[in-house]
Design a protein. Structure first.
Length: 469
């Protein structure tokens, strides 16, 4: 951590109970509405907006028009930068993403886009113009989709701070059978911010990283994290309601819901967990076996029709080669409903899986192992179609007859939902996409890149145009 950040943290322990740098308001408020606007979503309770990760929304009867803009976070890779320049300055794309990249999807509520960044800040932007409203420094990387909910203390935005590092004292525990390993170094915690100003409402510190996105449910913020626990906090006050040990550290497996149960997946041991949202009691645990590396805890499960779907990377016994498997469990019992092997390929870097989304009984997903997009029947796991594209990790997004896949080379593919045929390949222009899922509101896709840029793109452009305006 830089000296300036340490100094800021020390100063804020005097002025703010949470010890966090206060929000910095922009000169132009970007049109932040003062009252609820029915032309926009009114809340964003979890990763992907809902349990199915179906992050598409349109105002009923609204004449809201799609918008187009671009926003670069401080330190973003300039448009004129060539791939060779990137290698010279940052060593590789992993280093770029860890400095300025937008790691996961944004959220859009009441005409404001909330953007997480690996540079440790969350940004609030005007949804119609992309202008900065406020920013907040969490003193560690932010890899959660900002959750937005209305509470007794006003509309609050929740983000988690943390990184993917292991201290040496924790890393050596991998050699000890049954030992709990804590992931995350530096300052870790969940922060609640005032939606209009970015001011800190409360913060809650944890031992491990808080990279997975929490879920807001029944007045509670519920999340799993890097110290092997699932937590429930009072959403308005930030006080602990319950804490359940699962032993597994959870990297990027954002929480989802099926009924009154919160679903997460973790590593060491590799398992999927269902926890009662009201009491924290463990309802069930499912272990698929044959999991490669940390892939079990990297994927955010999706849930629909009582079925929980996730993806794992499997060991193959071949050097540098892994398998990719889509699995479904019964949300009530944890029993496996189906397991579908998608194929084998080279071991991908970092996050090992692609996040699924579910719409109308169909699971849409990709695989960074096979570099292929898939549609599967949610009840049987049967593959309805597949389409070779490029390396992908994000949950796709559906709008009308099309499903959109953002991929590593910066392309956003528009595929026909029924056949999987490629309708268009749109070049975003600066940076690529890893776990960054697109969010579609009023026929505009809002999406961030690993070069630190945020785009608002009309879905009509994604279907017909070749590149950004």
């Amino acid at each position: 951590m830089s000296l300036s950040r340490i100094a800021a943290a020390l100063l804020c322990t005097v002025s703010f109970a949470g010890g966090i740098v206060p929000a910095v308001a922009a000169a132009d408020a970007g049109g932040l509405p003062t009252e609820a606007d029915p032309a926009w979503p009114q809340s964003w309770p979890m990763y992907g907006m809902n349990p199915a990760h179906d992050a598409a929304w349109g105002a009923s009867g609204s004449d809201a028009k799609p918008v187009a803009w671009q926003f670069a976070v401080p330190g973003a890779v300039a448009r004129s930068t060539t791939p060779e320049d990137v290698k010279k300055r940052y060593v590789n794309i992993t280093a770029v993403r860890d400095l300025v990249g937008i790691p996961v999807g944004v959220s859009v509520v009441d005409g404001t886009v909330y953007v997480p960044s690996d540079n440790g800040h969350v940004y609030a932007l005007g949804a119609t113009n992309g202008k900065l409203v406020w920013q907040f420094d969490a003193l560690n990387q932010i890899m959660t989709t900002p959750v937005v909910a209305r509470t007794a203390k006003g509309t609050l935005v929740y983000v988690g701070g943390g990184n993917a590092d292991f201290s040496y004292s924790e890393a050596i525990k991998f050699g000890t059978s049954g030992a709990s390993v804590v992931r995350g170094t530096g300052i870790n915690g969940i922060y609640a911010l005032q939606a209009k100003t970015g001011d800190l409402a409360w913060s809650y510190r944890t031992e491990g990283q808080d990279m997975p996105t929490p879920v807001y449910h029944d007045g509670r913020i519920i999340f799993a994290n890097g110290d092997g626990h699932v937590y429930a906090l009072d959403a308005a006050a930030g006080t602990l309601l319950w804490k359940t040990e699962i032993k597994s550290f959870v990297s990027m497996s954002s929480a989802t819901l099926t009924g009154n149960r919160v679903i997460v997946a973790g590593t060491h041991p590799d398992a999927i967990y269902a926890v009662d949202a009201g009491t924290g009691a463990l309802a069930w645990r499912a272990e698929p076996g044959n999991v490669y590396s940390s892939s079990m805890g990297d994927c955010a499960p999706a849930a629909a029709d009582g079925i929980v779907v996730t993806q794992i990377e499997t060991t193959s016994g071949k050097p540098g080669i892994a398998g990719s498997e889509e699995i479904a469990v019964d949300g009530a019992t944890g029993k496996f409903v189906w397991r579908t092997m998608l194929g084998e390929g080279k071991v991908p870097p970092r996050n090992k899986d692609a996040v699924p989304m579910i719409r109308d009984g169909v699971v849409y997903t990709g695989s960074p192992v096979t570099n292929t997009a898939y549609a599967l029947d949610v009840k049987t796991g049967a593959i309805l179609w597949r389409r070779k594209l490029s390396r992908m990790k994000a949950a796709p997004t559906v709008d009308g007859d099309h499903v959109f896949f953002p991929v590593a080379n910066g392309t956003i593919y528009a595929l026909d939902r029924k056949s999987g045929e490629i309708v268009n390949a749109y070049q975003s222009g600066n940076g690529g996409f890893g776990p960054q899922n697109g969010v579609i509101v009023n026929h505009t896709m809002y999406i961030g890149t690993n070069y630190g840029w945020v785009y608002a793109i009309p879905t009509s452009d994604l279907i017909t145009a070749k590149s950004a305006r």
